[in-house]
Structure formats: structure tokens, C-alpha cells
Design a protein around this ligand. Structure first.
Ligand code: COA
Ligand code: MG
Length: 289
């Protein structure tokens, strides 16, 4: 599968109730924002947060950052009202790139939202054990554009303990990655709770990147630079990609199909990956313009 055209290295949650954080995000270097109406907002604040977010989305410029709204589940008293408010906001011209649906356990969980808000792309929170087991079916939903790992909820359901290697998460992370890539979806890793622990965050970003995630969900602005760096191609990777493409083209011009760079073979499939690396660099640069 090809890389998504838009970078999603950093995907910052912002509580929909926090005016100051909503304002601050207009200038933060985040690739995408999840405006949260769900777990970051207390029950007594739900209604006010919905109204505030509707205004904010209509009035504020968030530049090229992707705008994702996490609504409450349709099993709660707030989900339908959230979806209807976002549909209304979009009808009035607000740009919402996706609605993120919590605790998706089956593809059919997406249908009521798809019906209530026609046209908008849906993303799924992958955070229940049933969701892990049904990841392939969920990924195949025709309106789905992305998956977000909800590792805190998954750990709660699993009754697992956290460790730096995230051993307990590996099965779920892997199933969702396979499902997302099989269906050409964006997939974002879960949050790192200890938001002042830079080394721990860096290690977890690098693990997620090496597994294949497009980026990491974040909870605090202090986490942005680390995720942006970890999920961007490094200078060494960019240089290698350029040399692989050049070497392969040279061999191909003489009718060959295998080049060698730094003692390793380069076939057509490696060239596709190298081209995706360079496309990602361009997409990141375009975001900063
Ligand atoms: N998005 C945008 N701005 C944020 C932010 C976020 N997620 N978290 C904090 N900020 C801002 C604060 O408004 C503050 O701005 P200011 O200094 O200009 O006034 C600045 O960053 C520093 O914040 P700080 O004082 O260090 O953090 P805090 O103690 O106010 O808040 C948290 C810490 C974790 C409570 C807060 O970051 C938060 O609510 N994060 C999101 C949690 C969430 O969304 N959870 C659901 C998904 S798991
Ligand atoms: Mg959750």
C-alpha cells in the first residue's frame, strides 16, 4: 500500500471544553488535531463543549492541519447530538476531515454515524478486545478512512500491565496494522501517558514507527517535536532513498532488474518504498508552507 498523501506524524488530542488549548492549537506544529468531545470532557461539560467546538470550527483557522472530531459513542446520551451538531457545522461550511468514533467493535457500529452524517469520512477508535478481533471487518467499512489505537482502554479491557516493550499490546496493534494496510487506511498509534517523560515517548514513537504506524496520538504540546522527528524520514533515509532510486534506474536502463546499494539488493519494490519516503518528505514540507 502507498503512504497516505498527508502526513500524520503528530495527532494531538485537544479537550473540546478547553478554550485556551483550542486557541493555542492554531499555532502548534501538529500534523492533525483530534477535537475531543469524549473522554477528555466531563459529563456536565459535554453540551457546552459541543457548542464551543461548533463555534471554533466555524471561526478559527487551523491551517493545513487535519481536523478530526471525536464524538461520543451512540450508546451514550451525547453521541447522536454530537454527530448532528457536526453535520450542521459542515453544512454551514466548517471543514471537518473526519469524525472519530469511540469503541468500535464491529463494522455495523459505524452505520448509525454514517447515516446521521452523510459524506464525512469516519475514523474508528480501536480499543476493545472485540474490535481487535474484528479489525479486518471494521477496516473494510466503505466510509472508513483511518484507525486510532486506544491503548488505555484496551489495557483496561485486557487487564494487562504496561511495560516499555508494550508486550501486552502487540497482538492488538499488529491485527489493526494488518487490517488498516490491507484496506489502505491511515493508522495512528496510541498515546504515551507520561507526558513529561521525553525518553520514554521517543522510544515508544520509534517502536510504533518501526511497526508501520503513520504517527502517534499525543496529549500535550511538549510531545509534538519528538513525534514529528520520529515519524519523519531521517537525513540518512532520504539519502539512501535517492541513491536506491538512482542505482535502480541505472541498472534498469541497461535491462537489469536488481541493483546493489551499500551491499544490499534493490529491486522494484524497494524503489516503491524509496519513492514513498521522498513523497512523505514533500508532504511534510507542504504542510509547513
Ligand atoms: N492541546 C493544546 N494545548 C494544550 C494541550 C493540548 N492537548 N494540553 C496542554 N495545552 C496547553 C495549555 O493550555 C497550556 O497553554 P498556556 O501555557 O499557553 O496557557 C500549555 O499547553 C501548557 O500546559 P500545561 O500546564 O503543561 O498542562 P496542563 O497541566 O494544563 O494539562 C493535561 C495537562 C494532560 C491535563 C492536558 O495536556 C490535557 O488535557 N491533555 C489532553 C488530554 C486528552 O485529550 N485526553 C483524551 C485522549 S487520551
Ligand atoms: Mg477510549
Amino acid at each position: 500500500m502507498t503512504q497516505p498523501a498527508r502526513p500524520y506524524r503528530s495527532v494531538l488530542y485537544i479537550p473540546g471544553s478547553k478554550e485556551r488549548a483550542l486557541e493555542k492549537a492554531t499555532s502548534l506544529p501538529t500534523d492533525a488535531i483530534i477535537f475531543d468531545l469524549e473522554d477528555a470532557v466531563a459529563p456536565e461539560e459535554k453540551s457546552a463543549a459541543r457548542t464551543l467546538l461548533t463555534q471554533v470550527l466555524a471561526e478559527r483557522g487551523y491551517g493545513r492541519r487535519a481536523r478530526i472530531v471525536r464524538i461520543n459513542s451512540f450508546d451514550t446520551p451525547w453521541g447522536l447530538a454530537d454527530a448532528e451538531a457536526m453535520a450542521m457545522a459542515m453544512a454551514r461550511g466548517a471543514r471537518i476531515d473526519a469524525l472519530l468514533i469511540p469503541k468500535v467493535s464491529r463494522a455495523a457500529d459505524l452505520d448509525p454515524v454514517a447515516e446521521a452524517v452523510p459524506g464525512v469520512t469516519l475514523w474508528a477508535m480501536m480499543e476493545t478486545c472485540a474490535g481487535m478481533l474484528n479489525a479486518a471487518e471494521i477496516a473494510g467499512h466503505p466510509r472508513l478512512g483511518g484507525m486510532v489505537m486506544g491503548t488505555n482502554d484496551l489495557a483496561k479491557e485486557l487487564n494487562s500491565r504496561s511495560s516499555p516493550d508494550r508486550l501486552a499490546m502487540q497482538a492488538g496493534l499488529g491485527l489493526c496494522l494488518l487490517a488498516a494496510r490491507a484496506h489502505g487506511l491511515v493508522i495512528i498509534d496510541g498515546v504515551y501517558n507520561a507526558f513529561r517523560d521525553e525518553e520514554g515517548l521517543r522510544a515508544e514513537c520509534e517502536q510504533g514507527r518501526d511497526m508501520g504506524f503513520d504517527g502517534k496520538t499525543l496529549i500535550h504540546p511538549a510531545q509534538l517535536a519528538i513525534a514529528n522527528a520520529a515519524f519523519a524520514p531521517s537525513k540518512v533515509e532520504i539519502d539512501l532513498a535517492r541513491r536506491q532510486i538512482a542505482a535502480f534506474n541505472e541498472v534498469a536502463a541497461q535491462g537489469g532488474g536488481v541493483a546493489v546499494v551499500d551491499g544490499r539488493i534493490v529491486e522494484n519494490l524497494h524503489v516503491v518504498t524509496a519513492q514513498a519516503t521522498l513523497a512523505k518528505v514533500q508532504a511534510i514540507a507542504a504542510l509547513a508552507e
